[in-house]
Ligand binder design. Sequence first.
Ligand SMILES: [Zn+2]
Length: 494
Amino acid sequence: MLWFDTEDYVLPASDDAALRLCQFLTDEGIRATFKLVGEKARVLEKRRRQDVIAALQKHEIGYHSNFHSVHPTPAEFLSGQGWEDGVVEFERRERRGLDDVERITGQKPSCYGQPGSSWGPQQFGALRKLGVPVYLDAGSHVSLRGAPFWYGGILNLYALKNTLRTRLGGPQDLEEARKEFVKAYDTLLAEGGGPVSIYYHPYEFVHRQFWDGVNFAKGANPARSEWKVPPQKSPQETRIAYQTFERYIRFIKSHPKVQFITASEALELYRDKARGRWFSAHEVRTIAMGVKKGIAYQTFSGISLSASEQLSILNQFVLAGITGKALDGVRLRETPDGPTLSAPEHGDVSTPRSQFEWTVSDVADYLARHRRVPNLVWLGSVFVSPESYLGTLARDALLLTDEKPLPQVVVFKPMELLASAHVQEDNPKLWGWVIFPPAFSAPQMMQLAKRQAWTLKPALLAGSRTTALRHCAIRLSQNLMNCFFGVKSITRSN
Ligand SMILES: [Zn+2]
């Protein structure tokens, strides 16, 4: 994946840089993803750079915020917001830029990625509303072992292990980058394939200094009339920069198994197979067994399920059981969002079966209405955390699939969301972008991000050898488990 954050609306030379990069790649038969800033698209229109717009149109267009570094940037305005108000605020501030990029390029942006490290969890709720299905960027707020993942119902090509590039200073830089690429290529081939993410900014080829650093650093927000242009590279430096980049791309292209893909092509390759899928009673049993071990994502049969999806499936199944409906399986419609607050810690809680059944029905209504996991699950006047509730649901689902009697007193044990370990605690490194006001932090927002780990799961590459092998191993262990647990029907191999 080759992508360009196309953002500098101050220095006109960066328009020409974008043009040259687009033309080079088109000549090489490569489609890249150009994530445009709203103001950059408007400036291209104002400067009558139809040539640049036409060259960009031959590639895939993404979105990179409305004003990039003008304050408040996304993490700044999201940091004091909760979930719903944050989603609405991101949409309010960012829809205009997205619409302008679409109007000017004639393409609906396929992906979004934040300016600098200005990230916030609420943007995922907003991106779904804006119809942007992929998150493409480099960063570390959420990561899943350096591989693509789903978070907030969006495909995240983020915090990828193989995020590579060459510095643009000539043969020595190129040599280092070639070696690094070959290493990644060999490792990925042995794993059955996977992504390499390479990104640049057109301005890097012409600027000596960041275009935004000279204007908006450390929270500064000068008037437009005071915006300064950054110092430029010499013609010789610019020539070497292009040459180094072009040789790097041609080198990568010369590898027989390399395919350049855009954000939307990645979405095809990693398409989620869980949403909309029917889960048989046998598969519901597998999911319930997985929950017993801990609340995290699960993968089996070539699909992955987030904790919130497991909750949706198990709640539907147990509801069918207690209302006397057929227990042949359930359909997963969507990925519910995570809770918006952390539940207070609690010990073991028990409740009569009649109260539990009332609560299962209430949670089903909550999921349908709010499309997210409740912050607290009420059992009359006491509550349990949604994690604890999911643990109990799994035990009940197992009793139902095994046709065992259901207990009259239902017990809830404390459980924790293991998946939240993939989301970072608030720390200064997350906000190291020079544009942030000094000492910027967002502890409340990162807690909210951890609650959204209910939606986290790996994005599996369709048809890769790793997926197939893992699939085989899991099927074998399931069949062995079936022997031990005396389940009559064995999954049919296909
Ligand atoms: Zn940027």
